[in-house]
Design a protein around this ligand. Structure first.
Ligand SMILES: NC(=O)c1ccc[n+]([C@@H]2O[C@H](COP(=O)([O-])OP(=O)(O)OC[C@H]3O[C@@H](n4cnc5c(N)ncnc54)[C@H](OP(=O)(O)O)[C@@H]3O)[C@@H](O)[C@H]2O)c1
Length: 263
């Protein structure tokens, strides 16, 4: 097996942490990035960085070696509530971390990656990028944009042999649920209990979701593969949902999403 050097963002918890742990266990050189230090016992290099901060991202880029073969973008945050009630800065922060940090890191890494033998960029996406989830509007928007960005970047980088992929995930049991910043009013005359109900349902689904280690296995196998698809959905039910979204008339798809998360 060829040993790779892999940058993993979001390495302090959940999916990023599971990816960093597995890759390190497999003998790869891992550089994990997050604001917090990962839990004790990790064996890979950790670089602290706030990906919501442009200056910090530039500092991170200047610390990364020329030997990076792959970058896994697993850092991400959510925000819940009615668009009208969510603090604009909090909404912008979601875009900063979930999107702009990805743009900046990739831009800074493409030159290095182009010199490697089988370079890979993996974006951790979400089914929320396909299904526009109300009361998680900014998050869903960031993931839809990420998917489109990933596909277009893939086409740009085809002749450079840099493989670009988005892994579309449904529910995964991680700290993401508790980290989501929610904006609910105690008594919201306009939206009533809808935002609360919607986010509570999402939180229950996430708590029953797949293990982050399953995502890590997929990432680890992708990095080794000769051919990397543009999009991968994990889990049979989620694959079925993505397929159904392609077949259903948009109006019907939106109605189903409304019934599940909008009422
Ligand atoms: N969990 C799910 O159900 C689910 C479903 C679909 C997609 N996803 C996606 O999967 C990815 C990973 O999420 P997760 O479920 O593993 O959540 P998580 O356990 O909350 O992990 C999120 C990671 O992102 C990092 N992060 C957040 N803000 C950051 C910032 N400003 N600067 C640097 N790092 C930051 C966190 O590290 P620090 O706080 O230490 O900085 C943490 O390591 C996200 O992109 C999420 O959208 C998750």
């Amino acid at each position: 097996m060829s040993v790779k050097t892999v940058v993993v963002t979001g390495a302090s918890s959940g999916i990023g942490h599971a990816v960093a742990e597995l890759l390190a266990k497999q003998g790869h050189t891992v550089i994990g990035v997050s604001r917090r230090r990962p839990k004790q016992g990790f064996t890979w290099q950790h670089i602290p960085c706030d990906l919501g901060d442009k200056v910090a991202i530039n500092a991170l880029l200047s610390q990364l070696p020329k030997s990076v073969d792959a970058i896994v973008h697993a850092a991400g945050i959510g925000v819940g509530g009615a668009v009208e009630r969510i603090d604009v800065n909090a909404a912008e922060h979601v875009t900063d971390v979930n999107l702009h940090a990805v743009f900046r890191l990739n831009k800074g890494m493409i030159d290095t990656l182009s010199e490697r033998e089988q370079p890979t960029i993996v974006h951790i996406g979400s089914l929320a990028g396909i299904f526009p989830i109300p009361f998680q509007t900014h998050y869903a928007m960031s993931k839809a944009a990420l998917m489109h960005y990933s596909d277009a970047l893939r086409l740009e980088l085809l002749p450079l042999n840099i493989r670009v992929c988005t892994i579309l995930l449904g529910d995964v049991k991680t700290e993401f649920t508790t980290a989501r910043k929610n904006y609910f009013l105690n008594q919201d005359e306009r939206y009533k209990e809808r935002p609360n109900r919607s986010i509570e349902k999402m939180a229950r689904d996430e708590a029953a979701g797949m293990k982050p280690e399953n995502v890590a296995k997929k990432v680890a196998s992708l990095i080794k593969k000769k051919r990397v698809p543009s999009r991968i959905t994990l889990g049979f039910t989620y694959k079925l949902m993505v397929f159904a979204a392609k077949l259903l008339p948009r109006r019907l798809m939106l109605y189903v999403v409304y019934r599940l998360y909008g009422r």
